[in-house]
Design a protein around this ligand. Sequence first.
Ligand code: ATP
Length: 252
Amino acid sequence: MGVGIQVEHLNAWYGKTHTLQDINLPIPANHATALIGPSGCGKSTFVRCLNRMHETVAGARAEGVVRIGDMDVYKDASPVAIRRRIGMVFQRPNPFPTMSIYENIVAGVKLGGSPGRKALDEVVERSLRQSALWDEVKDDLKKKSGASLSGGQQQRLCMARALAIDPEVLVMDEPTSALDPISTSKIEDLIFELKTQYTIVIVTHNMQQAARVAENTGFFLSGKLVEFSPTHKIFTNPSDKRTEDYITGRFG
Ligand SMILES: Nc1ncnc2c1ncn2[C@@H]1O[C@H](COP(=O)(O)OP(=O)(O)OP(=O)(O)O)[C@@H](O)[C@H]1O
């Protein structure tokens, strides 16, 4: 099952640049939460703070509270333990190019121990079914490389890889921006199914996409969270003038 995420007074820096400023945000369990806002406003930095990937950038640091369920991400646990609870999918599909489809999926699982062959086979089938890719690749699992798949298939392979470690949260940073409309629609359908089992956070520039998949939406501007509301409210009756200007294209 998914868990809720509570973010309190989160601040993040790249060197001396104060990129995220006092972000407070409740991300409810088993819902999809969309994050929107203009380029450079800090959406990716924010999601990278959730699983402590932000601090892997030289000179970058974060302060504040991020709680995943009961776990205080910046106090209670190692980054490795946190990353097992949060699966990540990025803008550009990034399968390990030389590995087979099968190896792509089990790579992360093997880092957490050495399950037997049967258990690995089960993980591969489960995660490929969850990402709606099983029927397309089941006969080529060990024959084809990740890189030999189409862009849309590669992105679903990356979703399968993220789901293979059995996370509670799935963070997707612009997962469809490099995909055609059919692949995009498949991923959106998946988000709908997956949120029964996982908590989903999706960064998107596509406002229709936010409206289609997410119950709640946060609008970021210049490193601040301007508004966090039910998605229908953000798009029909936003509380903040800056949100309205952005969603109506009057921004700037
Ligand atoms: N590795 C980095 N080093 C220094 N500054 C960075 C780094 N990554 C991002 N930034 C800066 O932090 C700010 C926020 O960037 P971020 O990528 O979080 O924005 P974003 O809202 O996700 O943008 P986009 O929609 O274009 O992906 C920007 O000013 C960006 O230039």
